[in-house]
Design a protein around this ligand. Structure first.
Ligand code: NAD
Ligand code: IPM
Ligand code: MN
Length: 377
């Protein structure tokens, strides 16, 4: 029996998580395990608008008891951008020190209209390992006029940092945001990426912007070089983020095997591009926010698509159900994980899917079709 927490969130989040739960339960039936779901009403906007609460101490305490969280999406037009995203999603990632953000970019079999001419599932299949706790996401900065003193802190399981800043400016108004990269934070992500490459095609590409942000990404590059020296079987390269966006599209995307992005922000951006080259947002890849020794959170990489809320037309199969497949893998059920992915591929090939992929099913029905395919798989 696996205990899994479920957080639907905002917009289409609750519907896609519900569809995903049905599939994971079917996988349990087929492969011989049970999932004991606990639903958490940490739906960002409604609760926030009513009570002003984001993540409470009680939420975190209750979630601490779980190894896995199945997550929909956060973000709502009624709340200023950033409040829910930072308060809830980043709050969870940081609280659980989920330092790996794992994002496979893989064109699934059955994809009918590959966005890149002539490219198929054999060509587009790589893994983005995104650092998930550092860089500009640490969330410290300020916006002011004139003179200001700020004590800024970053508290992590593996270190803490204190900045005492006296800033003076005669500009009309200034804003600054501090990006942080640490040696420990870089090393643990790189190790994960190199280990992943050892199980794949033995290539790792690093993404950064060390030609401009040379302190933060200079440190990253040093740690990358040191790590690479311990993995002589792995071929490595450095890329700049602007160039890699071009190479993802230009031939050959199949060049990539594992792409490791220290700059959390670049990892965010390039994986939306990855989603596009492997089939579009309807076929978006999943995201695993992983703490190998703690609680991990699995979610689609797309957002809450508020315009489709409650309409039963969001595409659930790929992103959220695929995220469920990653969750099963993480629980130590690789066969079930593969069964779920194969069922998704069958649904695309058979057009038993949502409108955006050429089918005519609603979110719920598309999920139920995949659940049946898992049972019969
Ligand atoms: P989005 O991913 O929600 O939507 C982008 C476009 O793709 C929209 O046209 C949307 O309708 C469509 N789309 C997204 N998911 C779809 C699906 N499953 N099926 C069919 N179409 C789909 O991104 P956005 O519009 O930039 O952001 C909306 C909100 O989501 C914002 O509040 C943003 O901060 C938040 N967001 C949350 C997460 C998360 O929780 N992990 C990720 C990204 C964005
Ligand atoms: C993602 C999202 C989040 C991120 C936001 C909503 C905080 O875009 O998961 O890709 O930037 O990490
Ligand atoms: Mn994103």
């Amino acid at each position: 029996m696996y205990k899994v927490a479920a957080i639907g969130g905002d917009g289409i989040g609750p519907e896609i998580v519900d569809a995903g739960k049905v599939v994971l339960d079917a996988a349990g039936e087929k492969y011989g395990f049970d999932i004991d779901w606990t639903d958490f009403d940490i739906g960002g906007a409604d609760r926030y608008l009513e009570t002003g609460e984001l993540l409470t101490e009680e939420d975190l305490k209750a979630l601490d008891a779980f190894k896995s969280i199945y997550f929909g999406s956060i973000g709502d037009d009624r709340v200023r951008p950033g409040i829910l995203e930072k308060g809830i999603l980043l709050g969870l990632r940081f609280h659980f020190d989920q330092y790996i953000n794992l994002r496979p970019v893989r064109m699934l079999a059955g994809t009918r209209t590959p966005p890149l001419a002539g490219k198929g599932p054999d060509d587009i299949n790589f893994l983005v390992v995104r650092e998930n706790t550092e860089d500009f996401y640490v969330g410290i900065g300020s916006r002011f006029k004139g003179k200001e003193h700020r004590d800024l802190e970053v508290i992590r399981d593996i270190y803490s940092i204190k900045f005492g800043l006296d800033v003076e400016s005669d500009s009309e108004e200034i804003a600054y945001q501090i990006g942080v990269i640490s040696r420990e934070g870089s090393a643990r992500v790189m190790e994960y990426a190199f280990d992943a490459a050892m199980k794949r095609n033995h290539k790792v590409a690093s993404v950064d912007k060390a030609n401009v942000l040379s302190d933060v990404y200079g440190l990253w590059r040093d740690v990358f070089t040191e790590t690479a020296a311990r993995y002589p079987e792995v071929t490595t390269e450095f890329t700049f983020v602007d160039a890699i966006t071009m190479w993802f599209v230009k031939n050959p995307p199949e060049w990539f095997d594992v792409v490791v992005a220290p700059p959390n922000m670049f990892g965010d951006i390039i994986t939306d591009l990855g989603a596009m080259i492997q089939g579009g947002l309807g076929l978006a890849p999943p995201g695993g926010n992983i703490n190998p020794k703690g609680t991990s959170l699995f979610e689609p990489i797309h957002g809450s698509a508020p315009k489709y809320k409650g309409m039963n037309r969001a595409n659930p199969p790929i992103a959220t159900i695929w995220a469920g497949s990653l969750l099963l893998d993480d629980l130590g059920e690789p066969e079930a994980a593969a069964g779920v992915l194969a069922a998704i591929e069958q649904s695309i090939a058979a057009k038993q899917t949502t409108v955006d992929l050429g089918g005519s099913l609603g979110t719920r029905e598309a999920g139920a079709w995949i659940a049946d395919a898992v049972r019969n798989g």
